[in-house]
Design a binder for this molecule. Structure first.
Ligand SMILES: Cc1cc2nc3c(=O)[nH]c(=O)nc-3n(C[C@H](O)[C@H](O)[C@H](O)COP(=O)(O)OP(=O)(O)OC[C@H]3O[C@@H](n4cnc5c(N)ncnc54)[C@H](O)[C@@H]3O)c2cc1C
Length: 592
């Protein structure tokens, strides 16, 4: 009997998990296919969620009804709000996690989800008819039909691992690469693929570290959970925070690295592809900043029940014997023993200029791409895209308008606008500096910005929404100084007066700036919302240069706002385009 689903998600990494949960929660019959069910939501690199700008995205996913924040609160072993000494626009929550627990809990969420099936297999090709995807073929040659497919294959497409001079195929260490799907994406779907690379540091045994020589890094005394739905007091009481530690590289470490640059898979050119500029290998840091004699190395536990420790900052593609030498040159790590070596990985990605803002491909209808396959790096960037792809695939099947978040309302909106408008020639990660209105889109107000949208889509339940409304009303009343008939903390839970007071403090202190930003955002919004028809014929506009036409045709912006952000598009081009669109609109009106 032929199997048929509404939606198939390929890959159970951070993108695939959010995508599949969103689809199933919209009531659609969903199947998630992944190479290895033991590695669902595996943290391939750093066992941490959040951080600068990334923490904001996790809060946004949560406010819209996604999973990442909830799981992080249950799997986190140290919570910190970064940048607390600066303004609230850049306060960013981060949690060091128990990576095994995170994976287990996410796996359970998928298993417990109504409408969601899980299958361990490799998708070898996509079935496409009349430029519309209608299913997938798996390794056993079985065809599974679906109305939409979301590809979330991470670093696995033709993945190659490099450890110094040793090279072998793999999607992650000890996991095989996805060998076939790239060919189908190219030949059946017309998607052009490129190559990117990234590195991960070695992990060492905690029992071999001399902790007396390195600096203890505590979690926050009053930690704040990621999820709006976590009951803060109860959670704080049960949370057992572990410490992280800090040490530094030194001249000897740098000499070992620079003497052996030729042996690194980063530098000898065998990994010809680009790596994330903001997460460089130690080889790249030492080459780029020769004047620096030391770099931070954060020593971070990987879980409650393991002695494995992650060396954050020591990303490397050096051969294994040199990794050991390099580690032993660092204070406190003189006798450290490696459990896993660091390595570099190279993989196929698709330039996101080939997808729309809904994350649906421009070439094949109902085919969506999300996560690292779109050239981004990071769990949070992946989860954000997976979540939006899941929602939009679902909404399309339900014949409902798509969800496109604005740059003025979320980091997720910025991420998607950036990658689909500017494309990329190096892996993309999120920063607060990418946000024009960052004082308005803070981590603390993600619920106020987005929970109505989550509710509208159908991912926020009645019960939760009622609580949110109580919180919002209480916030307004408290701000206005109306103190009578206020609910108790218990009534408000999982929201609280602690949160209300923080919100009011920020608003009062920064009101002037926030209002200016909101005004600017509203002005831009008008242009942002002016839609350009999908088949608009730019070639007919004589006053546009050939180069401008080419750029517009390549990206096919969906709105005037998006058009204005395309590289090398001038304000005069936008003025011409506005006149032509207006003219076309009037002509159309006269015809009917
Ligand atoms: C070595 C390494 C180093 C990294 N370093 C960093 C870093 O420094 N900083 C950073 O932010 N991020 C880093 N990352 C990236 C981070 O792991 C990813 O950004 C994130 O995991 C991407 O999530 P994803 O869901 O897109 O893909 P992944 O988490 O990679 O998940 C992909 C999933 O797809 C499945 N899959 C793939 N192909 C198929 C197929 N054909 N059929 C069925 N299932 C399939 C896999 O089994 C897997 O479950 C690193 C990753 C690796 C591997």
């Amino acid at each position: 009997m032929e199997r048929k689903y509404h939606i198939i998600v390929i890959g159970a990494g951070h993108a695939g998990c959010e995508a599949s949960l969103a689809c199933a929660r919209l009531g659609l019959k969903t199947l998630i296919i992944t190479l290895n069910v033991d590695s669902i939501a595996r943290m391939s690199c750093n066992p941490a969620i959040g951080g600068i700008a990334k923490g904001q995205m996790v809060r946004e996913i949560d406010a819209l009804g996604g999973e990442m924040g909830k799981i992080t609160d249950r799997a986190g072993l140290q919570f910190k709000t970064l940048n607390k000494s600066r303004g609230p626009a850049v306060w960013s929550p981060r949690a060091q996690c128990d990576k095994w627990l995170y994976s287990t809990l996410m796996s359970k969420s998928l298993q417990n989800q109504l409408n969601l099936d899980i299958l361990q297999s490799e998708v070898t090709s996509l079935i496409v008819r009349n430029n519309k995807v209608c299913g997938v073929k798996i390794l056993t040659n079985e065809i599974i039909n679906a109305e939409a497919v979301i590809v979330a294959t991470g670093t696995f497409l033709r993945g190659v691992i490099h450890l110094g001079k040793i090279h072998f195929n793999g999607g992650r260490f000890n996991e095989h690469q996805a060998s076939y799907l790239s060919k189908s994406l190219t030949e059946d779907c017309g998607i052009k693929l490129g190559r990117f690379k990234t590195t991960t540091p070695p992990r060492i045994n905690a029992t071999s570290i001399d902790y007396s020589k390195i600096l203890k890094q505590y979690g926050d005394e009053k930690p704040v959970p990621f999820s709006h739905f976590t009951e803060i007091e109860k959670w704080r009481k049960n949370l057992k925070q572990l410490s992280c530690w800090l040490t530094y590289t030194n001249k000897t470490t740098h000499r070992i690295v620079s003497d052996n640059l030729a042996l690194s898979s980063i530098n000898i050119g065998e990994v010809g592809s680009k790596s994330p500029r903001y997460c460089p290998a130690i080889e790249e840091k030492i080459e780029r900043y020769p004047e620096k004699t030391s770099h931070h190395i954060f020593v971070e536990p990987e879980g409650y029940n393991t002695n494995e420790v992650y060396l954050n900052g020591l990303y490397t593609g050096l051969p294994f014997n040199l990794q050991q030498q390099m580690i032993n040159s660092i204070l406190g790590l003189e006798n450290a023993r490696v459990i896993r070596y660091g390595y570099a990985i190279e993989y196929d990605y698709s330039d996101p200029l080939q997808i729309k803002k809904t994350l649906e491909t421009k070439t094949v209808e109902n085919l969506f791409l999300s996560g690292q396959i779109n050239g981004t790096t990071g769990y949070e960037e992946a989860a954000s895209q997976g979540f939006i792809a899941g929602i939009n695939a679902g909404l399309k099947i339900l014949n409902t308008p798509p969800l496109i978040l604005g740059r003025n309302e979320s980091y997720i909106g910025i991420l998607i606008d950036d990658i689909t408008t500017k494309g990329m020639d190096e892996p993309y990660r999120m920063f607060t500096s990418r946000a024009e209105y960052r004082l308005s889109i803070r981590n603390d107000n993600a619920d106020l910005r987005l929970m109505d949208t989550g509710r509208l889509i159908g991912l926020i339940s009645d019960k939760v929404y009622e609580k949110f409304e109580l919180y919002r009303n209480t916030l307004t009343h408290t701000y206005e100084g109306k103190r009578e008939n206020l609910p108790t903390n218990d009534d408000l839970s999982p929201w609280s007066f602690e949160k209300i007071n923080e919100e009011i403090y920020i608003y009062k202190k920064y009101r002037g700036y926030i209002e200016i930003q909101n005004k600017m955002a509203n002005k831009v919004k008008k242009n942002e919302e002016r839609r350009i028809p999908e088949n608009f014929d730019y070639n007919k506009i004589e006053s546009l240069s050939a180069e401008t036409k080419q750029r517009l045709l390549k990206i096919r912006p969906q709105t005037m706002g998006q058009a204005s952000r395309i590289h090398a598009i001038k304000p005069s081009d936008i003025a011409i385009l506005t006149i032509c669109l207006e003219k076309q609109r009037k002509e159309k009106k006269q015809r009917y």
